[in-house]
Design a protein around this ligand. Structure first.
Ligand code: SF4
Length: 661
């Protein structure tokens, strides 16, 4: 597939690789082969209009490798390039560190100093109108919290109001310390709820609009995968017009896009719609929706959590009731728009339309999910998430596959460069490309390698002699193995567990047994725990999912990464299990396509915590023997960097002792 980019017949700009070398010299770095290869590949993809997937190991300097040709392209075409990330940490790194330094370094080589801006979803900016207007009550959760929570939220609300007087950006992330969702929601609106700048009395000074205007004038717009997906779906254009997108942390793209398009229905969402519409229409019509909400509440409270493969009759009837009573409310609300001279009324009606649309459309979607008899033909899965301390049960609906949507909406319109340290699973890009909806043509995948010498710097030890992990917690043999490895390493261990329960159990069992400090995720904020872990060499840190991907600790504080089991999705995870069944129903290998791919990706991310700089050395210990013995182990091992491998328990112990000395 060739995606036409704006033609630039005679570019007088220096080639991308020369610009890279200027930037690297100015930033005091050294040339890295992988980085040079990546710059050339990105430039080629831009020239050809083909999509590109680049696997670039830690230390490649991949942000520079895509930013340089991107900036060059933006200057050539006078259109911004969009760079999308999964995490706020990477967004901050790009706008606070990489882009300012790069812009300064390239200023003399290009027609003007490169410019950049960050753009977030509307909910992230303070809504000036909501700050002053009579907006419908959104504090529907109050009754769920105890008095202390409510007064804490009250203090946060006050702090937001004070901050609103002085902030220049209205960006929630600049409010330090942060505030909870409940407080923030009182002064922010979703894109659907926004009145629109032309109708809004505060439109001229709206923070979200100012951020968007700024983004339209710069060379590089940094955003997140969720906003990228919303923009690509085209219902609400949020990003400035662009023809080149760079997706960093691309291994997260499918999950983030799935979250954006997941629909939710609960007693809370229906009751919110009732509250918002209540004073705007005849009471008996609103009461019908209230009754539907009560039915839904009783039904969901009694139903078991998990996938809902067949639609129970009573659920079908209740969803139809919710759908029809929401539709009646929408009709009663009258035509959309209007109320031009009464912004308060317009705001209330818009908020009511938004909540009702969501309830109505989600109920329709859930009913339609069962429209096909055969599993292979289904497009969506419905499941019930049980109640927690903070919220009632929620019925959700999500697509089994977002590839088609990405292919049509994102890849069809523009050239996309996708990059991450982990994209080639089992040595091939095909698995990820399939998830992105890319076919055989129109894209290329390259692995530019890593500057690290994996076989010399790291040992991958699989404890083949241990029993397979079971359902009943960590076996004693695992705890003994962990203790001995940590003693050999003198602490300095990151323990990556497949569940919080396992991380806590290991912490509890080993805290007294080891004479090094042992931290567990949840003891404090994860950011503080990682800081403590990095600053004190003997300290160990145990935890689960966010640590698998979010820890970047170079140096001697991290010599050992322990992984308790191959991180397959939980068998009762509704979305992955449904996706697995769907692939199998279509004749594919559901286990390999979904579960093994998920595990390979996470395993590669987890093992990637060990080597973070050129001089790092250490051991990755995987306690789960299946990584050495199972039939799928070749695929998993083929997804990892080429560490030196062993199953001999003596080898990692000796290596760790040597390193500790
Ligand atoms: S334009 Fe929308 S987001 Fe901006 S102040 Fe008005 S209502 Fe709020």
């Amino acid at each position: 597939m060739r995606v036409p980019l704006t033609a630039v017949p005679d570019s007088h700009l220096p080639p991308a690789d020369s610009l890279l070398s200027v930037a690297v010299n100015a930033l005091g770095g050294s040339e890295r082969q992988g980085q040079i290869t990546m710059v050339k590949a990105v430039q080629q993809a831009i020239d050809d209009g083909d999509h590109l997937a680049v696997q670039a190991g830690t230390g490649t300097g991949k942000s520079l490798a895509y930013l340089v040709p991107s900036i060059r392209h933006a200057m050539e075409t006078d259109r911004p390039v969009v760079v999308s990330t999964a995490t706020i940490a990477l967004q901050r790194q790009l706008v606070d560190r990489d882009l300012p330094r790069l812009a300064e370094a390239l200023a003399q080589e290009l027609p003007h100093e490169p410019t950049f801006a960050i753009l977030k979803g509307r909910r992230n900016y303070l809504c000036r109108y909501k700050l002053t207007a009579a907006w419908p009550e959104d504090d529907e959760q109050d009754q769920l919290f105890d008095a202390r929570d409510v007064s804490a939220t009250g203090r946060m609300v006050q702090r937001i109001q004070e901050w609103a007087e002085e902030t220049e950006t209205g960006d929630r992330d600049e409010l330090v310390p942060g505030v909870n969702e409940q407080a923030w929601r009182q002064f922010s609106v979703s894109a659907q709820e926004c009145l629109g700048a032309s109708r809004c009395p505060s439109g001229a000074e709206c923070f979200a609009e100012l951020a968007r205007a700024r983004a339209g004038e710069v060379d590089v717009v940094v955003t997140n995968h969720a906003l990228l997906a919303i923009d690509a779906m085209g219902e609400l254009p949020v990003l400035p017009e662009h023809e080149l997108v760079v997706v960093d942390e691309a291994h997260e793209l499918v999950d983030r896009v799935t979250s954006v398009v997941t629909g939710e229905l609960s007693e809370t969402s229906v009751a919110l719609a009732v509250r918002r519409v209540g004073r705007l229409i005849d009471q008996p019509i609103a009461d019908q929706l209230m009754e539907a909400s009560e039915d839904l509440k009783a039904l969901l409270a009694a139903a078991p959590p998990g996938r809902v493969d067949e639609l129970p009759e009573v659920l079908g009837l209740t969803l139809a009731l919710v759908r029809d009573s929401a539709a009646r409310c929408l009709t009663a609300l009258g035509p959309r728009g209007g109320d031009k001279d009464d912004p308060d009324k317009a705001g209330q009606r818009k908020a009511a339309f938004t909540a009702l649309d969501e309830v109505h459309d989600t109920a329709v979607r859930m009913l339609e999910a069962y429209g096909h008899a055969g599993e292979a033909d289904r497009a969506e899965v419905v499941w019930l998430d049980g109640a927690t301390d903070r919220r009632p049960p929620v019925l959700r609906v999500a697509p089994l596959n977002v590839g088609g949507m990405l292919r049509d909406k994102l890849f069809g319109e523009r050239t996309v460069v996708l990059t991450s340290a982990t994209l080639a699973l089992g040595g091939s890009f095909d698995g990820m490309a399939r998830q992105w909806g890319l076919g055989d043509k129109g894209w290329q995948g390259i692995d530019v390698g890593s500057p690290f010498d994996h076989p010399r710097a790291g040992i991958l030890y699989v404890a083949k002699h241990l029993p397979q992990p079971g359902r009943d917690g960590l076996p004693q043999a695992y705890l003994d193995e962990i203790a001995e490895l940590i003693e050999a390493a003198g602490g300095r261990t990151l323990g990556l567990f497949s569940s919080m329960r396992a991380a806590k159990a290991a912490t509890e069992a080993l805290r007294d047994r080891l004479d090094v400090p042992l931290l567990c995720q949840g003891d404090d904020s994860t950011m503080l725990l990682v800081k403590q872990f990095a600053e004190d060499e003997p300290t160990c840190l145990f935890g689960t999912l966010s640590l698998w991907q979010g820890v970047d600790v170079p140096g001697p504080s991290l010599r050992l990464v322990i992984i308790d089991r191959v991180p397959f999705p939980r068998p009762d995870d509704p979305l992955t299990s449904a996706r697995q069944r769907h692939v199998a129903a279509k004749g594919g290998n559901g286990f390999m396509t979904v579960a093994a791919t998920h595990a390979a990706l996470l395993l590669a991310q987890g093992t990637g915590r060990l080597l973070r700089s050129q001089h790092d050395k250490g051991v990755i210990a995987v306690l789960d023997p299946r990584l050495a013995t199972a039939r799928y182990s070749g695929f998993l091992l083929g997804s990892l960097p080429p560490f030196w491998r062993t199953t001999d328990p003596a080898v990692p112990r000796a290596a760790l002792r040597r390193l500790a000395e």
